[in-house]
Design a protein around this ligand. Structure first.
Ligand code: ATP
Ligand code: MG
Length: 631
């Protein structure tokens, strides 16, 4: 089947399509029904089937390729590198599962994992899967307050953590943050299991905290059988990035997720058993769940877990890893590529990258300048893919494993199998035609692998995401998009990032894309700011490649004019920003997404609200600074 045929089948006859895809994984007991949509918009996939994520990721491969690499843990923070074969990974996961079992963890219990990017974090996730326990990984960079709210929401029996993470060679103690979070939280976990890396002093609380290394020693030969789960039992909870507000606890199933990953690893990522996959994300995010831990292993690939900066010891570090481990497929984010773009090209050219076949990027709009730069530097296909924590795998991309379709600059691609993507006009509720802007929605049933519900709150799930249009249940992505006549989509930004200038609705993304074409622009954020006359005006904040070009106020004014001129020529005067400010840093979430709502709030003199997901609070001060400096 080519792409069009497979896509068509996935929408018109999802049962047949997904029954076929389900053969990519091992089932302990077969399912009796492919799809149950009787409680719409909630979807059940592979009803009655029994399977297990740990079995499919680890045990399944031990028989045929037990001695081949499975997990490659590299840290440039502690200068360590360790390769675990599938057999060794199975042994470590089993030891970890045995430890958890002695701590009383069993099927359905929640285990919160607050860990740096070390192998033990993956062992812990897979050990939970083995036991049927529900993991909730919380990004290691979050501080006490964010952690406490997630502890209260997930109510874990056990927390797995570590003495410290490390960033730029500096230890970041986790344990004091965790202790404070447990003090703040109403729910108290019975046990805290700690992996001591000897990076920071750590005080163990009597009767609550236990040392992993000591307990592991007692279970070296442990055998822990797989707990087979019904396909629709929960596997994990993961909170969204919190770019737009309070994070939502996305709950996922077992069977549907395993099938979606196996399917996407083949159809989108073209993964082959024995090859190496390198995703530069973090286990705290959805990319880390789907494409660092579960996806590549389910596909029988070796997966790289990297702790460290993309620029240390130098900007060549990722490419040296690609060369050394013959990485075939790599997954990163535009924000990381923009960081590397500021460095000399020589850091890439120095390495033999002949093993690399494609680079996948997701998480933020990929601007054309960045995309063209990295494509030229690596000489491989750059494949943008658009999705959300909620969907678990790409909604839009290019399915090179099905058909070698061309990519289109600025577009994350076409709808992936099972995603019934529709654009709706926000005002009229009508479906959009080609080249008409609308809100990107997914008509139910959602394909396997997507969010089952918001953890513990079915009502919030329905009221947040679902509405009924023309009699059908539709899920809103809260992103704004457009589709061309050939079915390629373009994401124009989040629906709350759309601005209204004198009655014209403009996506901030379009203006940003236009500004980023100016040769001296490295990064840009555009927000809509309240204006008495026009309703809203666009205001741009620009990071320059060469900041010296805006050293004097005359130079700034000249550059501002130039940038306004670029927008005028490309989009027209309505889109021209009222002001262009030059800044050294932009506020981002810890997952690297621009916090436009915070910039907007400051521009309008409001409080930016819940900023627990922000990477560097100092960046908000910079915004306030340029606003008062220039008025
Ligand atoms: P929250 O939902 O809590 O506000 P978040 O939306 O940032 O947080 P994620 O699920 O991590 O949390 O991010 C998904 C969003 O990221 C998408 O809805 C979209 O806005 C953006 N995004 C992801 N990939 C792309 C892409 N390839 N192109 C454009 N935007 C993207
Ligand atoms: Mg979101």
């Amino acid at each position: 089947m080519n792409y069009a045929e497979l896509y068509q089948q996935s929408i018109q006859d999802p049962q047949t399509c997904w029954a076929e895809e389900a053969r990519r994984i091992d089932w302990h007991e077969p399912f009796s029904q492919v799809l149950d949509y009787s409680k719409a918009p909630f979807t059940k996939w592979f009803v009655g089937g029994k399977t297990n994520l740990c079995h499919n990721a680890v045990d399944r491969w031990v028989a045929t390729q037990g001695e081949q690499p499975a997990l490659i843990a590299i840290s440039t923070e502690t200068n360590s590198e360790k390769v675990y074969s599938f057999s060794e990974l199975q042994a470590e996961v089993t030891r970890c599962a045995a430890v958890m079992q002695t701590l009383g963890v069993g099927k359905g219990d929640r285990v919160l994992i607050y860990m740096p990017m070390i192998a033990e974090a993956a062992f812990a996730m897979l050990a939970c899967a083995r036991l049927g326990a529900i993991h909730s990984v919380v990004f290691g960079g979050f501080a006490s307050h964010s952690l406490a709210s997630r502890i209260d929401d997930a109510q874990p029996k056990l927390i797995v953590s570590s003495d410290a993470g490390s960033r730029g060679g500096k230890p970041i103690p986790y344990k004091p943050l965790l202790d404070e979070a447990i003090t703040l939280a109403t729910h108290k976990p019975a046990t805290v299991l700690l992996v001591n890396r000897n990076l920071a002093p750590m005080h163990l609380v009597d009767g609550r905290d236990v040392d992993y290394v000591a307990l592991r020693e007692r279970h070296m030969q442990a055998q822990v059988p797989i707990t087979w789960l019904e396909s629709n039992e929960p596997s994990y909870i993961l909170y969204t990035s919190g770019t737009t507000g309070k994070p939502k606890g996305v709950q996922r199933d077992v069977g549907g997720y395993a099938v979606a990953l196996a399917s996407s690893m083949q159809n989108i990522f073209c993964g082959k058993p024995g090859e190496t996959y390198f995703a530069t994300s973090d286990i705290g995010w959805v990319v880390g769940h789907s494409y660092i831990v579960y996806g590549p292993l389910i596909a029988g690939m070796a997966t790289i877990m990297y702790e460290g900066l993309p620029t240390a010891p130098d900007a060549g570090i990722w490419w040296s890893i690609v060369e050394k481990y013959k990485v075939a497929r790599m997954f990163s984010a535009p924000t990381a590529v923009r960081v590397l773009k500021k460095q000399p090209l020589e850091y890439i050219q120095r390495y033999d990258l002949s093993s690399l076949k494609a680079l996948y990027l997701a998480g933020e709009p990929l601007d054309e300048t960045t995309s063209a730069w990295i494509a030229d530097a690596l000489k491989v296909s750059i494949i943008d893919n658009y999705w959300q924590t909620e969907t678990g795998w790409p909604i839009l991309s290019i399915a090179k494993g099905i058909e070698d379709m061309p990519t289109r600059l600025g577009s994350p691609g076409v709808a992936m199998p099972g995603f019934n993507v529709k654009l709706f006009n926000e005002g009229t509720g009508e479906e959009c035609g080609p080249n008409e802007k609308g809100v990107l929605m997914l008509e139910g049933p959602l394909p396997p692998g997507c969010m089952q519900t918001v953890y513990g709150d079915d009502a919030r799930c329905v009221s947040t995401y679902w509405s009924k249009l023309n009699g059908a249940h539709v899920y809103s992505s809260f992103d704004w998009g457009i589709r061309d006549a050939d079915g390629y989509y373009f994401i124009l930004g989040r629906t709350d990032d759309v601005i209204n200038v004198a009655g014209h609705r403009l996506g901030t993304r379009e203006i940003e894309e236009s500004i980023s074409r100016h040769p001296n622009v490295s990064e840009v954020a555009v927000v809509g700011v309240e204006d008495k006359l026009k309703g809203q005006v666009a205001v741009a904040f620009v990071i320059l490649k060469n900041p010296a070009a805006a050293a004097s106020s005359d130079a700034q004014q000249a550059l501002e004019k130039e940038i306004m001129g670029v927008v005028d020529r490309q989009l027209g005067a309505v889109a021209r920003p009222a002001r262009v400010h030059f800044i050294a840093q932009l506020p981002k979430t810890r997952s690297g997404k621009l916090l436009r709502r915070a910039i907007q709030a400051i521009c309008e003199g409001r409080d930016p609200g819940d900023m627990s997901s922000i990477e560097d609070p100092g960046s908000l001060q910079l915004i306030r600074g340029v606003l008062t400096d220039r008025g």
